[in-house]
Design a protein around this ligand. Structure first.
Ligand SMILES: [Zn+2]
Ligand SMILES: [Zn+2]
Length: 389
């Protein structure tokens, strides 16, 4: 693995930035402090810095030479509502908020690349470094796009990576086509008629009806969706009742739905709605169904995935580059960017011991040793994509 000199020199500074971001996590669309740090670092390096897309988004632009070609690289900046349990000296100073997905590391790696790219000036064209808010919940990528990201900063291709504690350190995992699933959430309210638990004949019990809905939902993936089309229907919450002698008035069921194919997504919505309403009706009740579509699937483009694979093989050796056999059923709002601009999303391994905490765990911490690797790879990616002819 070749780490250029300017990156090696800036490592202490980058680790300090990463730990400072870690100590001061901010939720989606509230990354004001993070955004200030990112913007001022990039301004000092000579980037033209644009702020305000999706509130806290930062886009830093640098041009060199005469080519009209442009590349975008995206990092996410937001943290999660989790009470940190890492015990690190730089642990979150805000109880109940933490960087449990490594977005502090993604931001820092791209800042490191920004420095090396600016110092080396070894490219011909334009680089747009996109620091986005709210990957975890509000779809910051989509908001930036709705506010004109790719009109203001046109890119020929856009790239993003995610650290992965489930992969050996320095290993690249990529995939042409689908890599992350679309995600939806559905809230079903079963409207019953409450009363005394000893007199069920005078009530309409939403718990019994809700339990029947939960079981019937299990038939959708098993019986309605093609076995070769990946999809998940998970009942993640069931709220009803408080005492053994009371039949409650209503029950609420919260369902998480994952899919890739838009037709499958439509079918899942149709079947969930039909099952909830029809089951409720069969019990003499009604169900209110609130179905919300969230992130689209992340579908990688072939040319850009091939480009990253070739570069990763040169950078880390063929044994450190894998094509993922399966897509993840997790989700990612970078998928929106790939619907407007060609590009690819990939994983970079961080695991050393094999028992690192996984994403969104209170003990998760980004591995700082990955900073020079990610920063060096982004630098090489820019220099290869915008190679001087
Ligand atoms: Zn996450
Ligand atoms: Zn993440």
């Amino acid at each position: 693995m070749s780490i250029n000199v300017s990156l090696t020199n800036s490592m202490p500074e980058l680790v300090a930035i990463r730990r400072d971001l870690h100590a001061h996590p901010e939720l989606g669309l509230e990354e004001h402090r993070t955004s200030d740090i990112v913007a001022s670092y990039l301004e000092k390096l000579g980037y033209k810095v644009h702020r305000g897309l999706a509130r806290t988004g930062v886009v830093a632009t640098l041009s060199s030479g005469t080519s009209g070609r442009a590349i975008g690289i995206r990092a996410d900046m937001d943290a999660l509502p989790i009470l940190e349990e890492t015990g690190a000296e730089y642990a979150s100073k805000t109880p109940g908020l933490m960087h449990a997905c490594g977005h502090d590391g993604h931001t820092t790696m791209l800042l490191g690349a920004a420095r090396a790219i600016a110092e080396r000036r070894n490219f011909d064209g334009t680089v747009h470094l996109i620091f986005q808010p709210a990957e975890e919940n509000f779809g910051g990528a989509k908001i930036m796009m709705d506010e004109g990201l790719f009109q203001k900063f046109p890119c020929d291709a856009v790239f993003a990576l995610h650290n992965d504690p489930g992969l050996p350190f320095g290993k690249f995992a990529l995939r042409e086509g689908p890599i992350m699933a679309a995600v939806d959430e559905c809230r079903i309210t079963v409207n019953g008629r409450g009363g005394h638990g000893a007199e069920p004949q005078d009530t309409a019990d939403p718990i019994v009806c809700g339990a029947s809905i939960v079981m019937a939902l299990q038939s959708i993936v098993a019986r309605n969706i093609h076995p070769m089309d990946p999809s998940v229907v998970t009942v993640g919450a069931f709220h009803a009742g408080a005492a053994s002698n009371v039949i409650p008035e209503r029950a609420e069921i919260v369902v998480g739905i994952r899919s890739f194919d838009p037709r499958v997504r439509d079918e899942l919505e149709r079947r969930i709605t039909m099952i909830a309403k029809s089951q409720a009706e069969s019990f003499g009740m009604t169900a209110t169904v609130n179905y919300n579509r969230s992130y689209d699937a992340t579908i990688n483009h072939k040319v850009e995935t091939d480009f990253v694979r070739d570069l990763a093989v040169k950078f880390a050796g063929a044994s450190n580059v894998v094509d993922l056999e399966r897509a993840s059923m997790g989700s990612e709002d970078f998928g929106y960017m790939l619907t407007e601009c060609p590009g690819t999303y990939f994983f970079l391994g961080t695991s050393v011991t094999g028992d690192e905490k996984t994403f969104h765990h209170p003990g998760f911490d980004f591995n700082d040793d990955l900073i020079p690797v990610g920063a060096a790879f982004w630098t090489e990616l820019v220099e290869a994509y915008l190679a001087r002819s």
